[in-house]
Design a protein. Structure first.
Length: 309
């Protein structure tokens, strides 16, 4: 405690020829909802999740995490709740929380406001990178269920809440047993342990973390040239929170798929003959798995992804 940097013994983590993989991210305007509702104990999980889920997409095991917490005047209770969430996210992902920075900057933030950034470093053995090059025609796409909105689209969410005249302490229209603020702040699901289990069995050709841009923009990021994804929208149920947002906000289906995860937080691309085994491994690790599409050849001028209603 009190040192100028955190140390991590990579050799002791069991790697012989490691490649380091690093990611940084934040929580976005979901923080405004946390601040306005007074619920601070989940956004720390979101912070870790947004970083470590991006690491595992590369095939890496998250090893260490650092956080940055900035505010105008430190609210000790709120900060303690945030850090408790970060610690929980690190436990879920198997990461060591080796340091961080708390910056108190009067005049930079409004009363009660704060911002978060996270930094995650992981490793994989040389040659074990998931680059997407293994993806081929005929591969299947498995979708892992999300835990709600995760950490994207909250500017639109807050606008819908405002136009509906709702308070965050009111019952959620899509789940009256839970206050709206608590329901909207459900933390991002961490897919690290389940995806690593499937990767270690050699069953994963590619992964796509469904964040900003939704399914429409994130799955194409991992596809090689000449291939396209075909998604069957009827293959999984859309959680009630998305039904409510779509109806209350008058949002077009294509915009929903581009803004939100719509119930799928991670896409796992696997060979057709390994799909059943991969599904079993993922389910045994606690995931809800749907077979949501397939990979095919991409015609000239055709989009990299199509979604069937």
């Amino acid at each position: 405690m009190g040192g100028f940097g955190g140390l991590f013994d990579l050799k002791a983590a069991g790697y012989s020829d490691p490649i380091l993989v690093a990611a940084t991210d934040g929580v976005g305007t979901k923080l405004k909802l946390a601040i306005e509702s007074g619920i601070h104990n989940t956004v720390g999980i979101d912070l870790v999740a947004m970083c470590v889920n991006d690491l595992v997409v590369q095939g890496a095991e998250p090893l260490l995490f650092l956080d940055y917490y900035a505010t105008g005047q430190l609210d000790v209770d709120a900060a303690a709740d945030v850090v408790a969430g970060i610690a929980e996210g690190c436990r879920q992902s198997g990461s060591a929380l080796i340091g961080g920075e708390t910056a108190e900057m009067p005049g930079m933030y409004g009363k009660g406001d704060y911002d978060l950034a996270g930094f995650s470093v992981g490793a994989l053995e040389r040659g074990g990178e998931l680059t997407g090059n293994a993806i081929s025609d005929g591969d299947l796409i498995l979708g892992l269920a999300s835990n709600g909105l995760h950490s994207n689209g909250y500017s639109l969410v807050r606008k819908v809440v405002e136009t509906q005249g709702l308070g965050y302490s009111a019952p959620a229209p899509f789940d009256p047993d839970i206050p709206l603020g608590e329901a909207l702040l459900a933390p991002t699901r961490i897919y690290v342990r389940s995806c690593l289990a499937a990767i270690k069995e050699g069953l994963v050709h590619g992964l796509a973390h469904i964040t900003g841009g939704g399914l429409l923009e994130n799955i194409p990021r991992v596809l090689p040239d000449g291939l396209a994804a075909r998604i069957d929208r009827s293959a999984w149920p859309q959680p009630p929170v998305f039904d409510w947002l779509q109806a209350a906000g008058g949002i077009e289906p294509s915009e929903m798929l581009r803004t939100f995860n719509c119930g799928i937080g991670m896409a796992v691309i696997v060979p057709a003959d390994g799909a059943e085994k991969a599904s079993t491994i993922l389910q045994d690790a606690g995931e809800t798995v749907y077979r949501i599409g397939e990979i095919g050849l991409r015609e000239p001028e055709a989009p990299a992804i199509t979604v069937q209603p």
